[in-house]
Design a protein around this ligand. Structure first.
Ligand code: F6R
Length: 614
């Protein structure tokens, strides 16, 4: 949510900042801007809209050569997307500004700060919370000997809320001061140049070495040095880490959109997640804290996440309960954190997040931890906040996911949940060694089943062309198919802007069936042989009210095909893992419908990839 980039070095910073912003654009794309130290002093260029609009404006404004600057791409919270609400914001009483600030997060006490700063003569140009930080830094900085970093430290101590900040001041045009609390910020460490960024994709074109800034730390970033201080102003030693994937993973590689590339990468994402955890036909967890002793003692399992991560959790809940017979809930993190959940000391809390930064998921995890539960995070972004704060981590090795709508990370999350389920079931003696061997073999076979499922690509493209103009779509399923239907519906609505709903197949007739009329598109998922007939009966109910039905089922479907207009047959896999296959045609349907409707597939309106506000 919002992307920050900064560069200080010997080369022209402008193209580096623009490139960095493009790679962060998935985090927010309501507006963009940069602040640069040029020969004419500190200049800010910003505009509503995409980075391309910013580039256009920079071209119009002329020469912006600089060696140091900061940039921002915004997902609007306080104030509509507009030129004046775009970042960077300048701080200063005279309206000219000596300090420029980019910010990701929310300043909760901004109103109070704003009133106090206005009383000191500051005139606000925008409706944002960020502008209070710019003026506050200016206020604390003006006329004092303190360096900028100490001033930023003093400023953040007066702030309530969350932030990742990049601050520059005319007093030192080679320096960027960075600070963070509850919002990610890294420092790219180069040779004679250094960067700040919201995530690795913005620095990887220049350096593979980076430092993760921790909460309440402030960094002074200059071309030849990086100094990090804690909240007391003491210098702290930081580890320099190295990125272990290469640039091509964050590029489209010949595909039209990241989303379709990432859909196609799912066999690999699942294989990379599963493979290292299966040794000698058994699930082996090395360092995530899920010891046999702990797994034997678990009383309840709470799964928390948001959006697709929650949907993966809903599949996980069903698989875990079926395989391990432990009570397991899957809850929306933003609800869980405020509903005083009953958490026992022997409970396990599984936190799911692609980004590892989702504010509600992080808060839910902290709550569970505080209540004494053991927390294990299924996370894709290495060293993200959730990964670092959880008691144990099970990384999904899906690689960087750039498309805002998740696909491969979701699939990798499912496979991580299957691994946990098999491990718990075996540890508690619910399955034999032979069963575990068979389950592991099925897990290892899953990538090739997904590959086969992807062969429905052309069918889904054709179906998408036929129905892309429908005003609303219903997804039906029972059990695991219901959990998959929820994800299918989310995928469609978020990228194609078609209203859609997912229903437990047996539930539709309790009210919602009144929405079914001649030509309504219903997508029914039926991959559980034991429930084929039940789901077919529910399909008949909508067909007799005029619905057009796409049925997604397995190779061995034996029910009556005449109930549907289109049938998609998926390869057979163990039924516990079937949600990994049924989601494939659904992702393709959403993708091709969105393409057909000329939607911005990778950057759907109003959305952002990493949701760091609650
Ligand atoms: C939908 C989607 C979102 C995320 C949700 C949680 O395609 O991507 O629903 O799943 O915002 O994000 P993470 O997994 O980063 O916590």
């Amino acid at each position: 949510m919002c992307g920050i980039v900064g560069f200080t070095g010997r080369e022209n910073a402008l193209p580096i900042l623009i490139k960095g912003l493009y790679s962060l654009e998935y985090r927010g794309y309501d507006s963009a801007g940069i602040a640069a130290f040029t020969k004419d002093g500190l200049r800010v260029v910003k505009t509503r809209g995409r980075i391309a609009n910013l580039e256009e404006k920079i071209r119009e404004e002329g020469d912006l050569y600089c060696n140091c600057g900061i940039g921002h791409t915004r997902w609007a919270t306080h104030g509509e997307p507009s030129d004046r609400n775009s970042h960077p914001h300048l701080g200063g009483r005279d309206g000219k500004g000596k300090v420029a600030v980019v910010h990701n997060g929310i300043i909760e006490n901004y109103k109070e700060l704003r009133e106090r700063l206005e009383a000191h003569g500051y005139v606000f140009q925008s409706e944002t919370d960020t502008e209070t930080v710019a003026h506050l830094v200016d206020y604390l900085h003006t006329g004092k000997q303190e360096d900028l970093a100490k001033t930023v430290l003093a400023a953040v101590q007066r702030i309530r809320g969350s932030y990742a900040l990049g601050v520059v001041s005319m007093d030192n045009p080679e320096e960027i001061v960075a600070a963070r609390r509850d919002n990610p910020l890294i420092i790219g460490v180069g040779e004679g140049e250094n960067m700040i960024a919201s995530d690795i994709t913005a620095i990887i074109g220049r350096t593979r070495n980076y430092i993760i800034l921790d909460d309440n730390e402030v960094a002074i970033v200059r071309p030849d040095s990086v100094v990090v201080m804690n909240e007391f102003g003491d210098v702290v030693e930081k580890n320099v880490q190295t990125v272990n994937w290469d640039m091509s993973a964050a590029e489209k590689g010949g595909y039209e959109h990241f989303m379709i590339k990432e859909i196609m990468e799912q066999p690999k994402a699942v294989a990379d997640t599963v493979k290292p955890r299966i040794q000698n036909n058994a699930v082996v967890f090395e360092d995530n804290g899920l010891t046999d002793e702990r797994l034997r003692d678990i009383e309840n399992i709470h799964i928390v996440g948001c959006g697709s991560a929650l949907h993966a959790g809903m599949v996980g809940k069903r698989v875990i309960e079926a395989m391990c017979r432990i009570r397991c809930t899957a809850e929306v993190a933003s609800e869980f954190r405020y509903e005083n959940p009953i958490i026992g000391k022997k409970d396990l809390c599984i936190v799911i997040s692609q980004s590892g930064e989702t504010a509600d998921t992080l808060a839910a995890m902290r709550l569970a931890k505080q209540a004494g539960a053991f927390t294990v995070a299924i996370v894709n972004v290495v060293s993200s906040t959730i990964a670092r704060e959880a008691d144990g981590v099970l990384y999904t090795w899906a690689g960087p996911e750039i498309s805002v709508a998740t696909t491969k990370a979701y699939s990798a999350q499912l496979s991580a949940l299957y691994l946990i389920s098999v491990k718990i079931a075996r540890t508690r003696g619910l399955i034999s060694i032979g069963d575990e061997r068979a389950l592991c073999a099925e897990l290892q076979r899953l990538p090739s089943c997904i590959e086969k499922a992807l062969m429905c690509q052309e069918d889904m493209q054709r179906i998408a062309t036929l129905y892309a103009n429908r005003p609303s779509v219903f997804f039906l399923g029972r059990g695991l198919d219901y959990a998959a239907a929820l994800e299918a519906s989310l995928k469609l609505k978020e990228i194609s802007y078609i209203h859609s709903e997912a229903y437990a197949a047996g539930e539709l007739k309790h009210g919602t069936i009144s929405l079914i009329e001649e030509g309504t598109l219903v997508v029914a998922l039926a991959t559980q042989p034991a429930l084929f007939e039940k789901t077919v009966s529910n399909i008949r109910e909508v067909v007799s009210r005029g619905a057009v039905v796409v049925l997604v089922t397995t190779d061995d479907f034996t029910g009556d095909e005449s109930v549907c207009q289109h049938i998609i047959r998926l390869p057979k896999c163990l039924y516990e893992f079937s949600a990994s296959l049924s989601i494939i045609p659904m992702q393709l349907l959403a993708y091709y419908v969105a393409v057909e409707r000329n939607c911005d597939v990778d950057k759907p309106r109003n959305l952002a990839k990493s949701v760091t506000v609650e």
